[in-house]
Design a protein around this ligand. Structure first.
Ligand code: B16
Ligand code: MG
Length: 222
């Protein structure tokens, strides 16, 4: 049996921070004089902060200087952090702690692989930081998902071969990144959108411990 490692994305997998990203981006859009819809917000999922602002300005058809761009990014993050500051354990998505506890019990190394530069404070807020053997986030990468960099660094930090890593992701770019890394990809959320994943679940309540055991013991099918 090969040693396995489990890698979790943050937003949309562990917590639903997308709603706070939306509120903070919407405030900026309001200020710039156009409406940001929930549909627009879908385009922000799994995408870096800088890329989100590029998309937002594109939606609003707004040009900016580099200085203005940087200042809007900072403004958005300050607003976002106000929401993060109020987070607590109740915001952890269903059955995530159960899965993390099970893996911990079995001594399976666990990493975070997220685009967010705020991953650490969020995990602290929701009291899950202690589960993670490695945190790889927006501060550690130079290439965004679908580039496999974030997950390959996580595998390296866990000292597990990429082909023995299992990734939980809610974004198309994240599933592509896991596939590009040669890892097993598990889509959490919309099955149709995440059809490139090796396995799909609506959320963690659909994942039973036998399925996890199968992954741990090299059985690639349910
Ligand atoms: P920050 P994930 C991503 O998180 C979010 O889905 C995306 O909307 C956000 O822009 C990105 O983190 C960067 O976040 O502004 O906190 O650095 O899904 O990769 O965990
Ligand atoms: Mg995500």
């Amino acid at each position: 049996m090969n040693k396995k490692g489990f890698i979790f994305d943050l937003d949309g997998v562990i917590v639903d921070t997308a709603k706070y990203h939306y509120l903070a981006w919407k405030k900026l859009a309001d200020q710039l004089g156009f409406e940001l819809t929930h549909e627009h917000n879908e385009r922000f999922k799994g995408v870096s902060r800088q890329r989100c602002l590029e998309i937002l300005l594109d939606i609003g058809n707004i040009a900016s200087t580099q200085e203005q761009f940087d200042s809007w990014m900072m403004e958005k993050n300050i607003d976002y952090l106000e929401y993060i500051d109020k987070m607590n354990e109740s915001e952890v998505l269903s059955d995530v702690p159960k899965i993390l506890e099970y893996l911990k019990e079995k001594n399976i190394p666990i990493a975070l692989g997220s685009a967010s530069k705020n991953a650490r404070p969020i995990l602290e807020k929701v009291k899950l930081l202690h589960f993670f053997n490695a945190i790889v986030d927006g501060n550690n990468v130079t290439k965004a998902k679908p580039d496999p960099q974030v997950f390959l660094i996580a595998a390296e930090e866990l000292k597990v071969q990429p082909e023995n890593c299992i990734v939980f992701e809610d974004a198309i770019a994240g599933i592509q990144a896991a596939n590009n890394a040669g890892m097993i990809s598990i889509g959490i959320g919309n099955t149709k959108i995440l059809s490139n994943a090796d396995y799909n679940f609506k959320d963690f309540t659909e994942i039973d411990l036998d399925f996890l055991d199968g992954l741990i013991k090299d059985r690639r099918t349910i």
